[in-house]
Design a protein around this ligand. Structure first.
Ligand code: ARG
Length: 589
């Protein structure tokens, strides 16, 4: 089915037509329609237009009201204040729009007509290192953006730019070479993510200790870096074992997060090795980069250090080594040139903003990004503890991500268990729901604040039943599902002739905004606006329950059916919206 035009767009169109009918000399004008508390909508565009034409705004507004074609959509238009229009739509229009949305698999959400190809860089932990809360944010926000963009029809290519290269591998590989069984797995035995990470940790600590205390080991480690970079096979094979062991761990964390990460999308820093020398050559030949104290550098007028001297982007170090910037520039060439991306999105900590600013600017100067390609950093802030400081355990160590996820699930399971008897949940349902609620809570807390802001990691608040939490939304969904089960043979059906109660109108008008919310969230990379929309939806639903009965025997059959239509569409919208955020909606809770 085709997409369903929103009531806002229908009203907007009718007002625009009336404006040009009343004022043909003004040319096409925007009525500037907004939602309003006083009526359903308010149009503010006439004021500016009257000013432009040196006319009286109230008179002009009255002319527009006279010219407007109300059809079945507009109930009332009145001039208010200095020349605003207050617009109320008919109950019929609301019910018919909802019925049209309900008849569509996509709830009337259109595909973006100008969809293209986006490469999104997210969920990028580092090999042989523990994941931290920053990696959690990137994964959660990135995964939500993938779903949202795909839902609008965008072709999305995922890239997990893991940190799998660099001088620190010299020490690790050298140690493994000298202690060859440290990463062995017993015959055919599968190791857990936790076990994999603990072997890597042990190896890291042991090799570090040796590196710091034994000059000869240090020298051998340095030589090992050279061997790695020159592609020595034995060295590469050992390096691969670190990558593989780390992936066992990464995948176990992503699995806990109820997130699917595909192996072919894991293209870490090492994936661009073959391009690095050429990237530097192209930059140097074109003059975009210059040699400075032996290093290959790109300079920017507006990037200076505290001493006032320009801070360059270093693409190649004076010792010939390539760093983070060379890799990211090569990745841009690959993503635009080979993957045919027109948009590049990087879900990365805001503390790397200067890096990306310089990398994007360099790529533009080199012509690897042009007016057809855009690059954006979806920058996120720091995760804070309850004390407002960057999230740490009491001992001051970074918190282990897995412990955090486990604790969220434990607490959520307790919340679910509390109500389980009433709903009649089995033990296995309690366990499953506990996972969906706990992981949902973590994701929602992250997604419901604007990404760039720091946010407080507060498990008590996250799993609270009241307030702006995922559990509140999950309960709203489960409650509707329970009513729909109780409805028996009474089924949702539209009755446009019925008058609607205020709470029904408010809920219906909010449902009608789903499509435009999705479009806005996709265009601006702002998942928190989808979270806010869903929270408001659940709040409208709560008010509706307070004021309107659904299955009451006192209701005529048509009212029951019409209300079933309204809540079923609400449930589907909640479910779709939550799925876009990566959050499950259990049927019974
Ligand atoms: N691995 C990096 C880190 O842990 C993040 C990588 C971000 N992506 C990129 N293309 N630089 O900080």
């Amino acid at each position: 089915m085709a997409s369903v035009p929103s009531l806002a767009s229908t009203v907007q169109q009718r007002l625009a037509d009336a404006l040009s009918a009343a004022l043909p000399e003004a040319g096409p004008a925007d009525p500037l329609l907004r939602r309003s508390d006083r009526a359903d909508f308010q149009a503010n565009g006439i004021l500016a237009l009257a000013k432009k034409l040196k006319g009286n705004p109230r008179e002009l507004a009255t002319q527009v009201v006279a010219a407007v074609d109300r059809g079945d959509t507009l109930q009332e238009i009145e001039v208010s204040g200095p020349g605003f229009l207050n617009v109320t739509v008919t109950d019929r229009a609301i019910t018919e729009t909802l019925a049209a949305r309900a008849a569509d698999d996509r709830l009337g959400v259109p595909y973006n007509p100008s969809a293209g190809t986006t490469v999104i860089d997210y969920a990028q932990p580092n090999v042989a290192k523990e994941m931290h809360v920053g990696h959690l944010r990137s994964a959660v926000i990135g995964a939500a953006m993938v779903e949202i963009l795909e839902f609008t029809g965008e072709k999305v290519i995922r890239r997990h730019h893991i940190g799998d290269w660099g001088t620190q591998f010299g020490m690790l590989i050298q140690y493994l070479l000298e202690h060859p069984h440290e990463l062995d797995h017993k015959d055919g035995e599968r190791v857990s993510g936790e076990e994999a990470m603990s072997s890597l940790n042990r190896l890291y600590k042991a090799s570090r200790a040796l590196f710091d205390s034994d000059e000869e080991f240090k020298a051998r480690s340095r030589d090992r870096v050279v061997a790695l970079q020159s592609g020595d096979e034995e060295t590469l094979a050992l390096w691969q074992r670190f990558v593989d062991e780390s992936k066992i761990y990464f995948y176990s964390v992503f699995d806990k997060l109820d997130m699917e990460i595909q192996d072919p999308d894991v293209v870490g820093e090492s994936g661009y090795n073959d391009m690095l020398a050429e990237t530097c050559r192209l930059l140097e030949e074109s003059g975009v980069a210059v040699r400075s104290e032996g290093a290959l550098c790109v300079f920017f007028d507006d990037v200076k250090g505290p001493d006032g001297n320009p801070t360059p982007l270093i693409v190649q170090k004076s010792n010939g080594g390539f760093g983070y910037a060379a890799t990211d520039l090569s990745a841009i060439r690959d993503r635009v040139g080979n993957l045919a991306a027109d948009t590049l999105v990087y879900v990365v900590d805001v503390r790397q903003s200067l890096h990306f600013k310089m990398v994007f600017e360099t790529a533009r100067r080199a012509g690897w990004l042009d007016e057809r390609t855009q690059a954006v950093q979806l920058a996120f802030g720091t995760v804070l503890g309850a004390d407002g400081k960057p999230f740490k355990t009491r001992a001051g160590e970074t918190v282990r991500l897995e412990d955090l996820l486990d604790e969220a699930v434990d607490r959520a399971t307790a919340v679910v268990r509390d109500k389980a008897a009433k709903v009649g949940l089995s033990e296995s349902e309690i366990t499953e729901n506990g996972r969906f609620v706990g992981i949902g809570a973590i994701k929602y807390a992250d997604l419901s604040t604007s990404a760039v802001r720091d946010y407080k990691f507060d498990l008590d608040q996250m799993v609270s039943l009241n307030g702006d939490t995922s559990v509140y939304l999950q309960y709203a969904y489960a409650r509707i599902r329970s009513i729909l089960r109780k409805a028996g043979d009474r089924v949702p059906a539209a009755h446009p002739e019925l008058e609607l109660a205020p709470a029904e109108r408010a809920l219906g008008l909010h449902l009608d905004r789903f499509a435009e919310t999705v479009a806005e969230v996709a265009a601006g990379y702002e998942p928190h606006k989808l979270a806010a929309y869903l929270y408001q939806l659940a709040s409208h639903l709560t008010t509706f329950y307070d004021q309107c009965q659904v299955l009451s025997d006192e209701n005529p059959a048509e009212v029951v059916e019409n209300r079933l239509l309204l809540i079923e569409l609400t449930a589907r919208t909640l479910q779709q919206g939550m799925a876009l955020l990566g959050i499950r909606t259990p049927e019974r809770l």
